[in-house]
Design a binder for this molecule. Sequence first.
Ligand SMILES: *Cc1c(COP(=O)(O)O)cnc(C)c1O
Length: 379
Amino acid sequence: MRFETLAIHSGRQPDPTTGALATPIYQTSTFVFEDVGVTRGYDYSRTANPTRKALENCIAELEGGKAGFAFATGMAAETTVMHLLKAGDHVISGDDIYGGTYRLFEEVMKDFGLEFTFLRMDDGKRIEEAIRPNTRMIWIETPSNPLLNIIDIEMVVDIARRHNLMTVADNTFPTPYFLRPIEYGVDLVVHSTTKYLNGHCDVVGGAVVTNTDELTERVQFLLNALGTCASPFDCWLVLRGIKTLPVRMMRQEENAAQVAAYLEKHPKVEKVFYPGLKSHPGHEIAMRQMGGFGSVVSFEIEGGIEAVNSFLRSVTIFSLAESLGGVDSLVEHPATMSHASMPEDVRRGVGITDSLIRLSVGLENVDDLIEDLAQALES
Ligand SMILES: *Cc1c(COP(=O)(O)O)cnc(C)c1O
């Protein structure tokens, strides 16, 4: 079956007791045993829950992995993945990752004895030189947040395999509709389902998809041991959101491409970051590796922080809010919002300037969106 069909049917079947088409919300903490030592497959909702299972199976199938797991948030998913490691292990990570991921690594996991090297992932030699005897994992995010840098996944997986390292891809931005890292040999995919997979700005959630039986067993163990799982209701919302993922991704991308082209020509815009533009350094790899470019567009505005503030105060359709990937268009200022948890020197070093603005282009009429940007740039 093709993606659009899987998005609607994967993981789901009519409810066996009533025939309900929509997956019921199994809002229960516990399940009654049929007999001593005999369950119907469920005993306690932290370990497994039927609504969560439907979502987990759905995401696993969309990503082409062995098994899926649903978490309370994207950060809960990432926290669980980091528990695959132990004190003394070393991780190589992209340098312009999600701000919260950077904070988890630097300000939490480091205190448990993990070591991290952050680097730009565009050069295989640089990655190989960073490998130490205790390196266990390479963490990538492509397109990256908020600069939309593109990483060549095949190149990274090739290096990882030669050095026996686990690869993890944060696939929140492209979603499996535009990119399936497991097809390129990545071991683990993580998601913030808060973003495109749910797509309606009304839930926080996370997911992990595994590519080996060993990782499946370990992640299932950790989810239960750490208790990082998602609630049945949140899983139900994400399941519903996924049904329209393909149409949302396609239309939001169309809108974003028009917004990016408009901004690129605007005299008050210094630079536009969007992998769909020919001017983007990762355009060629993105063309080869992805089925689409997504709908996050970042740009630098002329006139420094005052121009930024005036722009952010003037938009009316774009809401000034963190997050992305929903049907509502959002605008945010990475330096003071999503990436405020990165120290200033690190942030500037990776290229997140004070003039950078990030748009998440939603499903409104694109002419309204462009008119909104035009009047805000004029202000
Ligand atoms: C939002 C986000 C996360 C964190 O997810 P939450 O659901 O907010 O915990 C991780 N990675 C990326 C790329 C994100 O955009």
